[in-house]
Design a protein. Structure first.
Lengths: 166, 580
């Protein structure tokens, strides 16, 4: 796939058991490359919103969208235009802190990235950070030298700018 | 009302008269209701046959076929039949028992994750967690199975839900916010397609199973005549146009008629209706209809552009769109829609390579067997096939004249389909004769259900084309694997006549030309189940296009009716620069 691009697909689905399995299973079965998937409740009762990050050319994307639409539990599917889409991810990083100096350095970095310290123990600090996946990568890279004990990322969720909804 | 009663009531409210099934532990409450209900239950001897029979019922009648299996192995035995129905878009409802809700997930006795297993092979599936869900669930299941692109639906039914008491209420309107099949074709697309067809010089129609599912055979023939386009079909489309009509070219594809395969290569406008361009139909995609602009009409938007790039897609119901096209094209000037030169060119060629059917060899040639079979049955007879050589011989040599009269497992290619499907077809259409054409391999996979046709007196005629081998696989071994016949010899097959007789079913062996005709006539007249063991030539090969090759690259000798000296060559008409 020469023109392989990363796509952000937003899908409104029925909020009931098995829907995630239907969607994930579809990707596996059809051989689509899924990078990330997030699910959560939406503004409407009984409906959940899924944000799927997938790679592929236009033809693959078209198939993904159409096949998703065929699922009875999927209400709406839209490929979000990256130009007018805000994308955010939440990440928790547990960093090893051996000395007082390290500790203040890490807190400073977290502040620069508008992160927060949400847990402290004698030997660790846990940072909470939200932002674009790139920003999160940058912070992780920065604190790596101190020794990362654990990273938990939600994967990006996304929404269109302005009035547009799906 | 109890959950089990609600199921039977809901099924009967949907007009179901017969179900095919096999009971089991978790289905005891449901079967207890069945015991004195008016719903007819056919006890098959293997759940796979229940699913195939429901499928055959659906294909023959256009109504939803219903099958039932218990939890665990009962459900997994249904799987092959469900997958078969899914691949060929057949409306089937499969009800599978499940362990009690409190036990789900505990690896209880005969527990299997039916929902998980059937997700990729159903249009949709449901698990009933409360009895009150049942009426709406069954109503939705029927609606989903039989609208849009048809397909199987599974309902997973835990034991305690069948026993649960609840206040039965008539199912409310179906609420499926995520399911709105497009039936009406976009008028602009229809106009575009009409224009492209009228600007073309050499149009061909490719009719798929969608024509049959949508009941569009009359419209197809009318439109084809209007634009003078020859019609070829996929395997699933066989019978969508009377194959003795001058416009009909016969099946296309790997085992297709020579005319179809060569004409597709020459045409400049291909109008595909209700066909999903399977690899068996198209051969190499890059070579397929390479001189043609393609109009693709399909009810499933996901089929558009999936396998073949399309110039004008129209999403919607085949019948409605054909009527729209007839309206638009009908208003055009005669000279615009006239392609009679092309049609004459195609028919002239077709007449040079009609396959030869008459052979007086012993052992019998399958062509001769099929010829005698065709002469012995009337055109309302429903013919089912198994999978393999028997199926492709039938697809190639048998002349099908009416929709829903040729029933075969196309997409999944399920051996063992033919006989149980015939059983279902006969239940659906008791006034039509039903003949199953099977191979010895496939029939042996489902022969236990001879007990079912005997017990319920379902008069199907089973023709076993007996060559004591897995014919299709051995054909490939012969052609492409240096004649290394690895495990395709079924020499130790039983004596099929004695086998049938042990079930109390009349049976006869056919070995010489002329006998097939007589025996089929006799079998149909008997109005009882009947097995005919037809000893055929194990070395007969059906010409084919090797996998991955273009459709014109046919290997194997193509024996034609009217022998002319030298090879039959096709000359393309005019230049290949037509279309829009």
């Amino acid at each position: 796939m020469d023109e392989s691009k990363t796509h952000i697909i937003s899908a409104l689905v029925l909020h009931k058991p098995g829907v995630l399995q239907r969607v994930a299973g579809l990707f596996t079965r059809r051989g689509y490359n899924i990078e990330n998937i997030t699910v959560g409740t939406s503004e409407q009762e009984n409906l959940a919103r899924m944000t799927i990050i997938a790679k592929g050319d236009e033809k693959v994307l078209e198939q993904v969208t159409k096949q998703l639409n065929k699922l009875i539990d999927v209400i709406k599917v839209r490929d979000l235009d990256p130009e007018i889409t805000v994308k955010r991810e939440l990440c928790l990083i547990k960093v090893h802190t051996s000395t007082e100096k390290n500790r203040s350095e890490i807190i400073q970095y977290a502040n620069i990235f508008r992160g927060r310290i949400i847990d402290v123990s004698p030997e660790t600090l846990t940072i909470e950070i939200t932002g674009s996946p790139e920003k999160i990568e940058a912070l992780i890279d920065l604190v790596r030298t101190f020794g990362i004990k654990e990273v938990a990322r939600t994967g990006p969720t996304a929404i269109s700018r302005g009035n547009k909804t799906i | 009302m109890k959950g089990g009663e609600a199921i039977i009531k809901s099924l009967m409210d949907q007009g179901v008269e017969t179900v095919f099934g096999y009971p089991g532990g978790v289905l005891l409450p449901l079967y207890d209701v069945l015991y004195d209900s008016d719903l007819r239950h056919i006890l098959v001897r293997h759940e796979q046959c229940a699913a195939h029979a429901a499928d055959g019922f659906a294909r023959a009648s256009g109504k939803v076929g219903v099958c039932i299996g218990t939890s665990g192995p009962g459900a997994t035995n249904l799987i092959t039949g469900i997958a078969t129905a899914y691949m060929d878009s057949s409306p089937v409802l499969a009800i599978a028992g499940q362990v009690a809700t409190g036990l789900i997930g505990n690896d209880a006795f005969q527990e299997v994750d039916t929902i998980g297993i059937t997700m990729p092979i159903t249009k949709h599936n449901y698990q009933a967690m409360k009895a009150e869900e049942i009426p709406g669930m069954i109503r939705s299941a029927f609606y989903i199975a039989s609208t849009g692109r048809n397909g199987p639906v599974v309902i997973d039914l835990p034991k305690n839900v069948q026993e649960e008491e609840f206040e039965y209420e008539l199912a409310k309107d179906i609420e499926l916010p995520g399911y709105k099949p497009t039936m009406k074709g976009h008028p602009l697309q229809v106009k575009k397609a009409a224009k492209m067809i009228m600007n073309s010089k050499k149009p061909v129609i490719l009719a798929g199973g969608g024509i049959i599912l949508s009941g569009a055979s009359k419209e197809l023939l009318k439109f084809a005549n209007m634009i003078h386009a020859p019609v070829t079909t996929s395997l699933m489309g066989k019978g969508s146009i009377p194959e003795d009509d001058p416009l009909s070219l016969g099946m296309l594809g790997m085992h297709g008629r020579k005319t179809s395969n060569l004409i597709i290569d020459d045409c400049d406008c291909l109008i595909s209706i209700g066909c999903r361009f399977s690899d068996r139909t198209t051969g190499s995609i890059t070579e397929f209809a390479k001189n043609a602009k393609i109009v693709h009409i399909d009810v499933d938007p996901a089929e558009i552009g999936k396998n073949v790039d399309v110039d004008v897609p129209i999403v919607g119901d085949a019948k409605r769109i054909l009527n729209d096209l007839i309206n638009v094209v009908g208003k055009a000037k005669d000279e615009n829609k006239n392609h009679s030169d092309w049609l004459k060119h195609v028919i002239d060629f077709k007449n040079t390579c009609m396959p030869r059917l008459s052979f007086d060899d012993i052992p019998l040639k399958p062509q001769q067997v099929i010829k005698e079979l065709s002469e012995a049955i009337d055109q309302d007879t429903i013919v089912t096939t198994d999978v393999g050589q028997n199926q492709m011989w039938m697809a190639h040599y048998f002349t099908s004249r009416n929709p829903r009269k040729f029933i075969s497992s196309g997409g999944l290619g399920t051996m063992g389909f033919g006989f149980p499907a015939a059983m279902g077809a006969k239940i659906a259409m008791p006034d039509n004769d039903v003949v199953a054409v099977c191979g010895d391999g496939g029939f042996l996979m489902v022969c236990q259900d001879l007990a079912t046709v005997k017990e319920y007196d379902i008069p199907v005629v089973i023709c076993v084309l007996d060559n004591r081998r897995l014919g299709m696989v051995s054909q490939w071994q012969k052609l492409f694997y240096n004649k290394r016949m690895s495990y395709t010899d079924l020499g130790q097959s039983p004596d099929f006549v004695k086998l049938a007789e042990s079930f109390g079913i009349s049976a006869e062996r056919v070995e010489k030309p002329g006998e097939m005709y007589e025996t089929v006539k006799k079998a149909i007249r008997s109005d009882e189940p009947y097995l005919i063991d037809v000893i055929i030539d194990p070395d007969e090969i059906l010409p084919m296009v090797p996998a991955g090759c273009g459709l014109t690259e046919i290997v194997g000798e193509y024996k034609v009716e009217r022998e002319t000296p030298g090879e039959i060559l096709y000359k393309p008409m005019g230049t290949n620069k037509g279309g829009e």
